[in-house]
Design a protein around this ligand. Structure first.
Ligand code: CP
Length: 296
């Protein structure tokens, strides 16, 4: 693979290989070493999980890692992002993990810079978060073996969620049994590539094997889409009571960061059905698999 930009541009075999490698890294603790390769983390949007797990993944593979301080970079003097990447590539940086508010930026950069570097989309705007989809699917497979018989329910702001978009793509590619996308009509997704939209939490959660709560992204809400948070909470929060609508052995996921007391209650987030911290652990292995697949 040259780049890892979105799930839709990967084949089923490529994604299955990444999942296999990530799970093998977890089981074996045996990692290859790529000491000549160097990863630069370019995070133009805030991140804790994704940035740190790309750094740890690269270090586990004996890569060098550079975390750019973008507030102090030459882009503040007007340098365009392509020139920043080419400058860093000229110093020997081979791999770039990029998070940016602009939809499609990693794809546009990959088209411009071609095969000179390896680009990883660490989240672009409202469009895609393909490494999150990989770690989400790895987490599901660690608990539920038969994807074709599973029902996954995703709850929240579907209109703005790159996590939900990339999960739809991986679910379609791997043949997940059923995907329900639950949320208020004002946050209904404009396009659904896999699954069905449902506005009612109780109906959507019925017989679900996996319940994924999305973060309410206050920073992305346009005025006309703004919803009173208490109104949202009353209808859509994953609480001990609403979780009972799913199967008794359903696992609970959240990509983080969580708004406790809004989209999810602490009793659920910290409860026995929660695999939220496992998702974080799996993020390191999933990103190791991505980096390994992008080696020359
Ligand atoms: N899930 C996720 O992307 O978290 P961060 O914003 O902390 O990277």
């Amino acid at each position: 693979m040259q780049h890892y930009l979105d799930i839709a541009s990967c084949s089923r075999e490529e994604i299955q290989h990444l999942l296999h490698r990530a799970r093998t890294f977890k089981q074996s603790g045996d990692y290859p070493a790529f000491p000549k390769a160097c990863l630069a983390n370019l995070f133009y949007e805030n991140s804790t999980r994704t940035r740190v797990s790309f750094e740890l993944a690269a270090k586990n593979l004996a890569m060098k890692v550079v975390n750019l301080d973008l507030q102090a970079s030459s882009e503040q003097k007007g340098e365009v992002i392509e020139d920043t990447l080419l400058t860093l590539a000229a110093m020997g940086i081979s791999h770039f993990a990029i998070r940016h508010v602009q939809d499609g930026l990693p794809q546009a950069l990959a088209e411009k810079l071609g095969d000179r570097i390896h680009l990883i989309n660490a989240g672009d705007g409202k469009q895609a978060h393909p490494s999150q989809a990989l770690l989400d699917m790895m987490t599901i497979l660690e608990h539920k073996a038969d994807l074709s018989g599973l029902k996954v329910a995703i709850v929240g702001n579907l209109l703005h969620s790159r996590v939900a978009n990339s999960f739809q793509a991986i679910a379609k590619l791997l043949g997940l049994g059923e995907l329900v996308l639950i949320g208020p009509e004002v946050w209904q997704p404009k396009t659904v590539i896999y699954g069905q939209y449902c506005s009612d939490l109780q109906t959507g959660l019925a017989k679900a094997d996996v319940v994924m709560a999305l973060r309410v992204q206050k920073e992305r809400l346009a005025a006309e889409e703004a919803l009173d948070l208490e109104t949202y909470r009353q209808a859509y929060a994953i609480t001990p009571a609403s979780l009972k609508w799913a199967k008794p052995d359903a696992i609970v996921m959240h990509p983080g960061p969580m708004n406790r007391g809004i989209e999810i209650d602490s009793e659920v987030a910290d409860g026995p059905q929660s695999v939220i911290l496992e998702q974080v652990t799996h993020g390191v292995f999933a990103r190791m698999a991505i980096l390994e697949a992008l080696m020359d």
